[in-house]
Design a protein. Structure first.
Length: 133
């Protein structure tokens, strides 16, 4: 339904906003699930977290561990994570990448298959002994 698609789109915008907030505030920003809400909060070291925003949709529930959290550091980097959402009788997995835009994984897409080797432009590739150019 249109409401589900709108809710998914709004949820997919949260990670980009978290990255922007982390860079702007020069502090870690976390997304975490609290009941039926996804909470975005600034988590400066040695201070209590400050809530930035809260996302709630009647269309989506979450299937995550109680301590699930996705942290974005002040430079905008994050660890890769997944967030499983339930809509009606179905489940979808959202990939939250270390960098880049989040996306919904396809029904047959394996999370492990997404681990591709990447090199940062300008870095040298380590080669094994005996390999020549």
């Amino acid at each position: 339904s249109r409401d589900v698609l709108d809710a998914e789109a709004a949820l997919l915008r949260l990670p980009a906003r978290a990255r922007a907030e982390a860079r702007k505030g020069k502090a870690t920003v976390a997304l975490r699930v609290e009941g039926d809400d996804v909470v975005m909060e600034r988590t400066p070291p040695e201070e209590d977290p400050t809530e930035i925003t809260r996302f709630n949709s009647k269309e989506i529930t979450y299937s995550v561990d109680a301590d699930w959290v996705w942290n974005v550091r002040a430079d905008g980097t994050a660890d890769r994570a997944t967030l499983v959402i339930r809509e009606g009788n179905g489940e979808k997995t959202i990939l939250l990448p270390a960098d880049g835009e989040p996306r919904i994984l396809g029904p047959n897409e394996e999370i492990e298959s997404l681990d591709t080797e990447k090199w940062t432009a300008g870095e040298l590739e380590q080669r094994t002994e005996g390999t020549s150019l």
